[in-house]
Every structure is written in structure tokens, then in C-alpha cells.
Design a protein around this ligand. Structure first.
Ligand SMILES: [Zn+2]
Ligand SMILES: [Zn+2]
Length: 308
């Protein structure tokens, strides 16, 4: 094989490569690389077409994580033992409903999302998004993930709140609200325009971030996409467990937060965190309403005391 590959900078120790195992063997001899970096290097080196490799990687990452995370929720929906943790207890989705939803989500994946995915590598090359090994330090990766979570949440809050406005709701967002009691698969059940608009928060924010800072790795983007999928699917799962993350991280949104949104069709617009809805008084549901009213009462009483 000739070697035009940009995934690594020094192939001097490499032997002849004709099979995938031989490619991995070469990377496996490099002690400075972690196991994941070796796999990543092998993948790009063996495919030897960076554009195809990136497109395929993002597509596979999306499909495996989406369905890999949805299937356990579908299984849980069929086990009565878990019913006691179902938020809207009586509304367990039927297998037929889940199947209809899956067909629609798959069509959308292949028709709508496949194009931006295939154009991603040329964009990476233009913006200087790195795809080589070794990866950046884990602290840099963690910092980037935290930034994307915070920014996407803000984008999602305002866009989603806007999508509840009159015509936008009627012609675009209504489709996502078909299920008043959501389930994992329904996370990406939405109008193509909504997929584009809200999807920008997931894909566009890292792109803009790299445009400004010039510092981002494709591995971080893949990790971010996987985590964001987990977040979105879990938020739609319809289950609230004693061990759900928001019990330990009170600002984490989770299923409890988003289920209220689907149930009441209004409020709780953010994706990952609770702070936007809390500070802008848009939390959904009767419990949130009570808490909000009691907060307002305390504030009014304090104000009264100050005036006196
Ligand atoms: Zn909504
Ligand atoms: Zn939803």
C-alpha cells in the first residue's frame, strides 16, 4: 500500500500491510499510543480514504449509539418489574408504536442526516479539526465536552422554546410531540427542519468552536455525539429511578425534566441542564409550579421587608 495517510506522522517502523490485522500489528508496536488510539489509527490507515473513513465513522457511531441505547429501554418497557419507575405509569408504548417510530427515525437517519455526515470530513480538513493519533490530553477532551454540553443546552433551550411558538409548533415541532409519554426511540422522532435546527446545537457548535479556537479533535466530536445521544435518549426514556443522575447532580435534567415537557406540552425546554428553566421560570408541571410560586412568595416577602 502507498502511504498518503494523515492519521499518524511517522510510519518508519511500519512493515508491509495488506490485511487489517497487519495494520493493527504495526500500530500495536507503538508504546506511546493507548489501545483506543491504536484502533483509531488502524481504522484510518487501513481504509486509506479519510473522507470515507470519517463519514462512515460518524454514521456508525450515530447508529450504534442510538439503537444501542434505545434497545435496552425497549426491553425495559416489556418487563413489568420496571413499571414502578415509569413516570407516566399507564402509558407504556406498544411494540407497534415503537416499530412505527423506529421506521420513521431510520428513514430520517438515511435521508436527512446522511448528507451532513458525508460532508463532514472536507469541513474538518478546511477548519483544521485534527483526526491524527495521539489524541489530545484527556483534560482537553473533558474541557471541550463540558463546553459543548453547556452551549448546546443554551442553544436547545432557546430554539426549542421558539419552536413552541404558534406556526413553528403547528408546522414543525408538533411531530415530536406526537408522544405525550415519550420513550427512548422518540428522541429523534421529529420534523426534518427540527432535526436540522436542533441538530446544529450538536454538530454546529463544535464546528464554530473550532473556527474560533482552531483546537479540536475528531475523537472529541465523536465522543460528544455519543454522550449527547445518550443524554437525549435517556431524557425520553420515561423512567425515573432512585439512582437517576439528577439525584446526584441536581442541575442535570434527565427524564424527569423532559417527561414533564411532553406531558404538559409547555415548559422545561432545555436539554441537559435545569438552570435555564429554573432561572427563567419555565419549569413544567404542577410540582415545579408550586416551587416557583413559593419562590416568588418568599422573594415578594423579602422585598416587602426591605421596603418597610
Ligand atoms: Zn417541545
Ligand atoms: Zn422530546
Amino acid at each position: 500500500m502507498d502511504v498518503p495517510r494523515g492519521v499518524f506522522n511517522d510510519y518508519s517502523s511500519f512493515g508491509n500491510v495488506t490485511t487489517l490485522a497487519e495494520a493493527f500489528n504495526n500500530f500495536n508496536q507503538l508504546p506511546q499510543l493507548s489501545f483506543v488510539e491504536k484502533l483509531w489509527g488502524t481504522y484510518y490507515y487501513y481504509i486509506n480514504n479519510d473522507l470515507f473513513a470519517t463519514g462512515l465513522l460518524i454514521f456508525i457511531n450515530h447508529e450504534i449509539n442510538y439503537f444501542g441505547r434505545c434497545i435496552p429501554w425497549m426491553v425495559i418497557d416489556n418487563i413489568p418489574f420496571f413499571r414502578k419507575w415509569k413516570i407516566q405509569e399507564t402509558k407504556v408504548p406498544s411494540n407497534r408504536e415503537q416499530w412505527e417510530c423506529m421506521k420513521s427515525v431510520l428513514t430520517s437517519h438515511f435521508l436527512v442526516e446522511v448528507f451532513p455526515i458525508w460532508f463532514f470530513h472536507p469541513l474538518c480538513a478546511k477548519l483544521g479539526i485534527a483526526f491524527s493519533v495521539p489524541f489530545p490530553a484527556w483534560t482537553t477532551i473533558a474541557k471541550h465536552l463540558a463546553i459543548f454540553f453547556i452551549l448546546e443546552d443554551a442553544w436547545h433551550y432557546w430554539l426549542h422554546r421558539g419552536l413552541h411558538y404558534g406556526v413553528f409548533y403547528k408546522y414543525i415541532h408538533k411531530q415530536h410531540h406526537r408522544y405525550a409519554a415519550p420513550f427512548g426511540l422518540a428522541a429523534e422522532y421529529a420534523h426534518p427542519i427540527e432535526v436540522m435546527l436542533l441538530g446544529f446545537g450538536t454538530v454546529g457548535i463544535p464546528i464554530v468552536y473550532c473556527l474560533i479556537t482552531g483546537n479540536l479533535h475528531l475523537f472529541t466530536i465523536n465522543l460528544w455525539v455519543a454522550l449527547r445521544l445518550f443524554q437525549a435518549i435517556d431524557a425520553h426514556s420515561g423512567y425515573e429511578f432512585p439512582w437517576s443522575l439528577h439525584h446526584f447532580l441536581p442541575f442535570w435534567a434527565g427524564a424527569d425534566h423532559h417527561d414533564e415537557h411532553h406531558h404538559h406540552f409547555i415548559g422545561s425546554y432545555a436539554s441537559s441542564f435545569r438552570w435555564w428553566d429554573f432561572f427563567l421560570n419555565t419549569e413544567a408541571g404542577p410540582i415545579a409550579k408550586k416551587k416557583r410560586e413559593s419562590r416568588m412568595k418568599t422573594r415578594a416577602e423579602m422585598h416587602q421587608k426591605k421596603v418597610q
